[in-house]
Write a protein that binds this ligand. Structure first.
Ligand code: FAD
Length: 300
């Protein structure tokens, strides 16, 4: 029998976690998973959806803060996210169905720790940290530190994720997220890739990052070496990105795809993500999500 309560204040939620309760945000992983028999509901659950401290998106001179309770539906249309942190909006727009996106949250996606989560690769390439709070303090952890193995994070049971923070974007920057999918709704990524690109005034790459979805035990950051730095985004540099991404991936075979297929297609997704991020960095508008606008993934 599960005991359920609704937190009326952040202090109450933090105290409940300290006493052994699990937080529930939208419930699209926790509750749906228990109904599907993946794991029973915890003995004590506390809803965190009414906490103002976990809501809202705010951009200061040097930092973006996204409250943990911000939903995918909010992320995909928010003007700040869509314009400056586009990879997050690309990812949020692909999650589940409208009903999943209306209640599913960024904090829940991150803390659920699935290697197939769509917002994970965008958060890595945008340099995000998770803000974890307890009754006694607050710490920031990078995404790479947070995700340990499928479904497991390094957060302690009494730590509540209150926000995801990331640096403001430099000039001439763009980002994008694409995924291979077999159908358009109620689907998770077969593989996916996010990219962030910054260009100089001559169109040469000054900074580039790539991260991969569903090809390892956690979301995977790619070491691009000198594949892009100081170079234009052209056929040669994109081919190099695809090769490095495929070589970095350590995918498994399951009923959705073989390891060989995942290794190849994640290279294709990586080069498409870099290409789209580069076009955005150059000032082009590519409507959210890139998957639909550029015809990547399922056709219907
Ligand atoms: C039909 C369907 C389709 C889906 N499609 C996709 C998809 O395409 N892409 C994708 O990435 N995901 C998908 N999902 C998974 C899910 O919708 C997302 O992961 C969603 O973002 C989870 O958010 P939530 O608020 O519902 O999390 P919840 O289910 O409330 O919580 C998930 C986990 O995180 C913990 N948690 C939640 N919030 C916090 C917090 N603030 N601090 C600490 N711990 C916290 C909970 O205790 C729980 O362990 C799908 C799910 C369904 C049911």
């Amino acid at each position: 029998m599960t005991t359920f309560s609704i937190a009326q204040s952040l202090d109450q939620a933090l105290q409940a976690l300290a006493d052994g309760a699990r937080p529930v945000a939208g419930g699209t992983d926790l509750v749906v998973g228990s109904r599907q028999g993946k794991a029973p509901l915890p003995d004590t659950v506390i809803a965190i959806d009414r906490l103002d401290e976990l809501a809202g998106i705010s951009l200061s001179d040097d930092q973006l803060r996204i409250g943990a309770m911000v939903t995918h539906a909010q992320l995909m249309v928010d003007p700040i996210i869509a314009e400056h942190f586009s990879a997050i909006a690309d990812a949020a727009a692909l999650v589940g169905s409208p009903s999943t996106r209306n209640v599913g949250t960024l904090g829940g996606n991150v803390m659920n720790g699935s290697p197939a989560m769509d917002t994970g690769a965008p958060l890595i390439v945008l340099g995000a940290t998770a803000e974890l709070q307890t009754t006694s303090g607050n710490r920031q952890v990078t995404m790479e530190e947070l995700w340990v193995s499928p479904g497991k994070t390094s957060a302690n049971a009494d730590e509540l994720c209150v926000a995801l923070n990331m640096p403001a974007r430099p000039a001439n920057s763009g980002s994008a997220y694409v995924r291979l999918e077999y159908r358009r709704a109620m689907e998770i990524a077969v593989v996916g890739a996010a990219a962030s690109v910054t260009l100089d005034d001559g169109g040469m790459v000054t900074d580039a990052r790539v991260a991969l979805t569903a090809v390892a035990a956690t979301i995977l950051a790619v070491d691009l070496g000198d594949a892009l730095a100081g170079k234009p985004i052209d056929e040669a540099s994109l081919a190099a990105v695809a090769k490095i991404a495929s070589e970095t991936a350590t995918p498994i075979s399951d009923l959705r795809a073989t390891d060989r297929y995942r290794r190849h297609t994640v290279g294709v997704m990586a080069r498409r993500a870099v290409e789209a991020a580069g076009r955005r960095a150059g000032g082009e508008t590519i409507a959210i999500p890139v998957n639909r606008t550029l015809g990547i993934g399922a056709s219907q």
